[in-house]
Design a binder for this molecule. Sequence first.
Ligand code: ADP
Ligand code: AMP
Length: 218
Amino acid sequence: MNIVLLGAPGSGKGTQAQPLSVRYKTPHISTGDIFREEMDQMTPLGMKVQEYVNSGRLVPDALVLEVMTQRLNQPDCEKGFLLDGFPRTVAQAEALDDYLRSAKRPLDKVLYLSLSEKEVIRRLSSRRQCVRCGKVYNLMTQPPQIADHCDVDSAGLFQRDDDRPETIEKRLRVFNDLTEPLIAYYHGLDMLETIPADKPVSEVAQIVIKILDTFPRT
Ligand code: ADP
Ligand code: AMP
């Protein structure tokens, strides 16, 4: 099953992708996670993308495509993938189409998590993450059992640099300008499924599962 999760930053793509990846035994590939990992390890790629990621700008298409082509060529993607945060521009979407067409692995669906800007800002400002295992929380909607500590490993929680108010604003502008056109793009290809993402996590998951369960499992 080849799926793209599309949506504004904070619309819940990662939250939904995590359990879906387990349910459908399909790798969850988040370009944001890949870049943050490279930045943490201070690799040459990490150093290159750092200024873009921390300031809320998009990493240049050519670099993103190089990273994603390599990732999609890995054997674990042969039976499918759940893409989160990629593609993010029409140029990336076209390049993905070309790649998948030549690999004879077309996309099955694009799930668009639709959420108001007000709710996106609310969710992003209260997002926190475990420093050790990366589990994502929300101080308002998905709080840890013990304040500031991860439920899984008790490590501390941190706020992403790009979840600070000025950067959130910038990322939303970038989404509106460069990523939102993908909604029309995939609608035109009859691939888009719009999911109301303003519901609790489990309700959104049920809606998504109902759609994905109609696909044959590999
Ligand atoms: P994205 O991957 O799209 O950037 P996340 O999955 O990280 O978004 O979710 C953003 C924030 O909103 C996180 O703090 C997460 O815990 C919270 N969240 C995700 N889905 C929901 C939901 N359906 N209802 C309330 N809060 C949510
Ligand atoms: P995310 O975790 O998806 O919110 O992504 C965090 C940041 O990583 C973004 O604000 C961009 O700077 C960068 N990024 C992630 N995915 C892409 C992409 N497909 N194209 C360009 N930049 C990206």
